[in-house]
Design a protein around this ligand. Structure first.
Ligand code: UD1
Ligand code: CA
Length: 459
């Protein structure tokens, strides 16, 4: 059966009080609309139509997904009017699933169940019982209980005091037989409290036409919560993070505090992983068995091997950390940093586009950029690779067992042979052969009997 998906995303989001279109605000590091598009992409739809309006250019530009069509709705005359704009894109038969660009956490299984409930011949509504239904469209039934026939949806602003007492509300998501939908949308009127074309009016039309209406309740409120204000966005973010934290903890990850945990992407953990407070995980992060992440670290697109320890306030982006390595505190691993087993990277050390073989150490205040570092190299405090000549980047090769003293400048391209030693304070511009000692610094001058200048006595 043909499935088309319509995602409504034209609304202004006035309460966000932001220049950014509402659906481009992020939850867990991803735009609200993109959460919905990701889910829609798994449904096997023939077409995904996004209705855009406010900030249309920005919203359209944000969509890189092939197969997503954007249709502009100008002006925005209500949700029914929004879906009308999509009609030319929809099939003649089959099912149309309607989702909201500002309800980000709808799950594929729930969407699929809604599509199945429709089956191209029934109108299927996703509903939920809310403790406080204020503002939502109420599900009006012909009697008590979940089996009583649905008669229609009445918007909060149009509801009688009695109807406002109904706690079952429409979530904004439905699946409709496309042929009927086309017909019903053509009959919408805007003679209501808001002067809008309400999509929800099609429910009473279905009842009048004898088309069965099924309302299925969402299991988890998280899936149907929308975002209208910064407070709601932050609230949904915390609830999402709490759920992800619980999933990790159920799998055995020890989070010091699930309330101080942020995952903005995917995080995969082995057994006996410990994560202290205030860490942020972005992109795709993998953490191996027994690894520990200290407080306030930011890890993005990183692989941390088993037994590694990342001390507090460390920033890791696009890097791999080997088994048993010790990183930080206050270390920075940038894209292309690949560290072997038992590597030590200490405080205020930056590593970029460099490989460090097993057992290499840079414990304090150093920079390794575009370097290939051999096993057991010891790289002194304050030493740097001068990898950039103002135009091009060059590599530094430091072979196994080299000792680089403190405050050295290795001017790339340069190779330090295995087992060589670089005296502290050296600027090295030429290759050093294996085993050599290289010293490149001003000679120390000593002046005996020298006396310091004295202050002239005050007149
Ligand atoms: C709508 C439902 C209400 C339901 C609620 C759930 C209608 C008439 N009412 O109300 O029953 O309980 O959602 O959150 O459908 N949009 C457009 N173009 C428009 C108007 C809206 O694209 O002209 C989009 C908005 O960007 C948003 C969605 O449609 O993504 C819902 O619009 P919104 O104004 O939030 O609907 P509600 O009035 O809250
Ligand atoms: Ca509205």
């Amino acid at each position: 059966m043909t499935l088309d998906v319509v995602i409504m995303a034209a609304g202004k989001g006035t309460r966000m009080k932001s220049n950014r279109p509402k659906v481009l605000h992020t939850l867990a590091g991803r735009a609200l609309l993109h959460h919905v598009l990701d889910t829609a992409a798994t449904l096997g739809a023939r077409k995904i139509v996004t209705i855009v309006g406010h900030g249309a250019e920005q919203v359209e530009a944000s969509i890189g997904q092939p197969g997503v069509v954007c249709i502009r709705q100008e002006p925005q005359l209500g949700t029914g009017h929004a879906v009308q704009q999509a009609l030319p894109q929809l099939g003649d038969t089959g099912t149309t699933l309607i989702l909201n660009g500002d309800v980000p956490l709808i799950e594929a299984a729930t969407a699929r169940a809604l599509v199945d409930a429709c089956g191209g011949e029934r109108l299927a509504l996703l509903t939920i019982e809310l403790h406080d239904p204020t503002g939502y469209g109420r599900i009006v039934r012909g009697g008590q209980g979940p089996d009583a026939a649905v008669l229609g949806i009445v918007e909060h602003k149009d509801a009688t005091p009695e109807q406002r007492g109904i706690r079952e509300v429409y979530t904004g998501m439905m699946a409709a037989p496309t042929a009927h939908l086309r017909h019903w949308l053509g009959r919408l009127r805007n003679d209501n409290a808001q002067g809008e074309y309400y999509l929800t009016d099609i429910v009473a039309m279905a009842v009048a036409d004898g088309v069965p209406v099924v309302a299925s309740q969402a299991k988890d409120e998280l899936e149907v919560l929308g975002v209208n204000s910064p407070l709601q966005l932050a609230d949904l973010e915390r609830r999402y993070q709490r759920r992800e934290a619980e999933r990790l903890m159920e799998a055995g990850v020890r989070l010091a505090d699930p309330a101080r945990f942020d995952q903005r992407g995917t995080l995969q953990c082995g057994s006996d992983v410990e994560i202290d407070i205030g860490c942020i995980f972005e992109g795709t992060v993998q953490i191996g068995d027994g690894a520990r992440i200290g407080a306030h670290c930011v890890l993005r697109d990183a692989v941390i091997a088993a037994g590694a320890v990342v001390h507090p306030f460390t920033h890791i982006d696009g890097a791999q950390v080997g088994a048993g390595a010790l990183i930080g505190p206050f270390a920075r691993l940038r894209p292309g940093a690949v560290l072997g087993a038992e590597v030590h990277i200490g405080n205020f050390v930056e590593v970029k586009n460099s490989t460090l073989a097993d057992g290499a150490k840079a414990n304090h205040l150093a920079y390794l950029g575009d370097a290939t570092v051999g096993e057991r190299v010891n790289y002194g405090a304050g030493s740097i690779t001068a990898n950039y000549d103002g135009a091009n980047k060059h590599r530094t090769v430091i072979e196994a067992d080299v000792h680089v003293g403190s405050n050295c400048v290795l001017v790339a391209p340069v190779t330090i042979g295995a087992g060589a030693t670089i005296g502290g304070g050296s600027t090295i511009t030429r290759d050093v052969a294996p085993g050599q000692l290289a010293v490149g610094r001003g000679k120390q001058a000593v002046i005996s009997g020298w006396s310091r200048p004295k202050k002239a006595p005050k007149a």
